[in-house]
Design a protein around this ligand. Structure first.
Ligand code: BGC
Ligand code: MG
Length: 593
């Protein structure tokens, strides 16, 4: 993985979840002696889950629409394709899908360059198709989250076309226009995330405009109230159609220092050959929080608890915590990029970060993910090249057994790997052209979903899908893995089912066990009521490890656990804490009483 991708991946988001440990809330009543109390408790359990906003318990699944399912044979995925796969997502146990942008776009950044915020690009379908998708998703209890791109538009958006037309145009101030420092020199040293100066000279009016990303993605001026109003109108447009919230793209980049201070230069160069700089004056300016509060008030006015997910690469827990807002009045789910970017199987590193976010000062709900459309897939980042299938299962358990709302990226449930282009001429993502060969772009993690062994892995009937089908598709696909009880997919399904059925996985508190173990990451999801708690033990090393667990400090007397899910097989229906050996990269999830 290139350095640039690691850096890029730090564009992230997060959210807060209250500790849902309401006494009695998750109590499971099964024993005869408790029968009389059952109706009351059952009621309480239901009502507590009903009180919890859906986004605390739903598993969210990211769909890159170009690559999920093509319904019309043009080699590019589309809305009707997604609709045709809803049963698959429902069977998997997905509660919400986040679809990356489908707005009309020149597709320089494959949709993150928006030319109209209130329409659908014909490549993906029509608004009618979208409404149909919404209705079909609703039937299956799957919510739909839109990707909102508030930081910048396409340079082909009518707003920008107007803005660039003259210095006196009424939309001039909707973007960031400045004079150069001197003839031929940009206003300052700010750099684009995608390489080189962030300023583009426009000869029509002899000024520069600012673009944090591609030249074709001019930044909006969020200090202009009309810009805010226009973006909030776009949010209402989709909320009125029933969407369940927004993933806010690059939301920490909304404001830039009005005094245009130069960013500090750091040692070394990046993949584009530019000096490394700290984006001190273009990232995380305090004003973003006022906007986040406005957005939160806007979504809160709608029924059904719409969610805001932030993509903001926060460097530490203090910054991440700020995203929840001082009164929990900003982002509900800030994506935790620190955890996504651990990039090695390290029990101490995960333990430290899990502890930190679990105790965040805002009492915000954690939001974990390991893969997305901007960084190499977890298969490659965590796999050791030998035990990758097993490690994929371990990562599944890490994602699906914590208190955090899990965010999955399409294909991770079948062990899709990163398949970057081999030749520069095959690159689709422009950063792969700018940065070749060090930065190959993001095509590798955006290859088509692997459904079966038919043409194009069942993704499309086109002779040339927009990205090639990886060779691994023959072995790693939904159809093959569905009929193999030991497959990665079957493992995901078991864990997803457990997440729904076990109260402790929904509402249990989190506590790390055996804090000094360098290889095994073990934790307890303690049931706040009388029911079973869940023990998770993950061996993050290539050697068998023996653990000694003592749950007494957590108020449990148990010295054994009943196996619920394990890979490979561990124990015979149960394990004893006095002789608990976990095989290389082994996963154990069991119940303790
Ligand atoms: C998105 C990227 C996109 C960038 C610019 C990111 O945060 O996830 O895919 O290129 O924003 O919109
Ligand atoms: Mg900006």
């Amino acid at each position: 993985m290139s350095k640039k991708l690691t850096k890029f991946s730090s564009l992230a988001i997060t959210t807060a979840l209250w500790l849902a440990a309401i006494p009695g809330g998750a109590q499971q009543v099964s024993s005869r002696s408790q029968q009389t109390a059952a109706p009351k408790v059952a009621q309480r359990q239901t009502s507590q889950f009903a009180q919890d906003p859906w986004w605390k318990h739903a598993v969210i699944y990211e769909i890159y629409p170009r690559s999920f399912q093509d319904s019309n044979g043009d080699g590019v995925g589309d809305i009707n394709g997604i609709a045709s796969r809803l049963d698959y997502l429902h069977d998997l146990g997905i509660g919400a899908i986040w679809i990356t942008p489908m707005y009309p776009s020149p597709l320089v950044d494959f949709g993150y360059d928006v030319a109209d915020y209130a329409a659908i690009d014909p490549l993906y379908g029509t608004l009618e198709d979208f409404d149909h998708l919404m209705a079909e998703a609703k039937k299956r209890n799957i919510r739909v989250i839109m990707d909102l791109v508030p930081n910048h538009t396409s340079d082909q958006h009518p707003w920008f076309k107007e803005s660039r037309s003259s210095r006196t145009n009424s939309k001039r101030d909707w973007y960031i226009w400045r004079d150069g420092k001197a003839p031929g020199q940009p206003p300052n040293n700010w750099q684009s995330w995608f390489g080189h100066s962030a300023w583009q000279f426009d000869s029509a009016t002899n000024q520069y405009y600012y673009h944090h990303f591609y030249t074709e993605q001019p930044d909006l001026n969020w200090r202009n109230p009309e810009v805010r109003k226009a973006m909030y109108d776009a949010m209402r447009f989709w909320l009125d159609r029933g969407v369940a919230g927004f993933r806010l793209d690059a939301v920490s980049r909304l404001f830039e220092d009005p005094n245009l201070h130069d960013d500090p230069i750091l040692p070394g160069k990046n993949a584009y050959g530019d000096p490394n700089i700290a984006h001190k004056y273009t990232d995380n300016l305090p004003e973003i929080h006022e906007v986040l509060r406005e957005m939160r008030r806007l979504v809160d006015a709608y029924p059904g608890n719409p969610v805001l997910i932030s993509e903001a690469d926060e460097p530490n827990i203090a910054e991440l915590t700020k995203m929840y807002g001082r009164k929990n009045d900003e982002i509900q789910l800030p994506m935790d990029f620190q955890i996504a970017d651990v990039n090695k199987l390290s029990a101490p590193d995960f333990r430290k970060l899990f502890d930190e976010v679990d105790r965040n000062a805002a009492h915000g709900h954690p939001h974990f993910f390991f893969s997305n459309h901007d960084q190499p897939r977890q298969w490659d980042r965590y796999g050791d090249g030998v035990h990758n299938d097993q490690i994929a299962k371990l990562m599944a358990a890490l994602l699906l057994t914590t208190r955090a709302t899990p965010l999955m990226y399409y294909g991770e449930e079948i062990g899709m790997r990163t398949t970057p282009p081999v030749r520069k001429e095959d690159v689709q993502d422009p950063i792969g052209e700018i940065g070749w060969p060090e930065e190959k772009g993001r095509d590798g993690e955006r290859t088509p979903m692997q459904w079966d062994n038919t043409k194009d892995a069942g993704f499309s009937s086109a002779d040339h899908p927009w990205l090639p089908i990886p060779p691994s598709a023959a072995e790693y696909n939904v159809s093959v893995e569905s009929s193999d009880p030991h497959s990665i997919l079957s493992f995901y399904k078991r864990l997803l089912a457990l997440r729904r059925s076990e109260p402790a996985l929904r509402n249990g508190t989190y506590a790390a066990l055996d804090r000094d173990d360098a290889h095994v990451f073990a934790y307890l999801r303690k049931n706040p009521a009388k029911g079973d708690s869940i023990l998770v033990a993950l061996n993050m090393s290539a050697e068998p490890r023996t653990v000694k667990l003592d749950l007494s400090a957590l108020g449990l007397k148990a010295n054994s656990a009943k196996t619920l899910v394990a890979a490979p097989q561990i124990g015979n229906g149960s394990v004893s804490f006095t002789h608990f050996v976990i095989p290389p990269f082994g996963v154990f999830v069991g119940s303790v009483h």
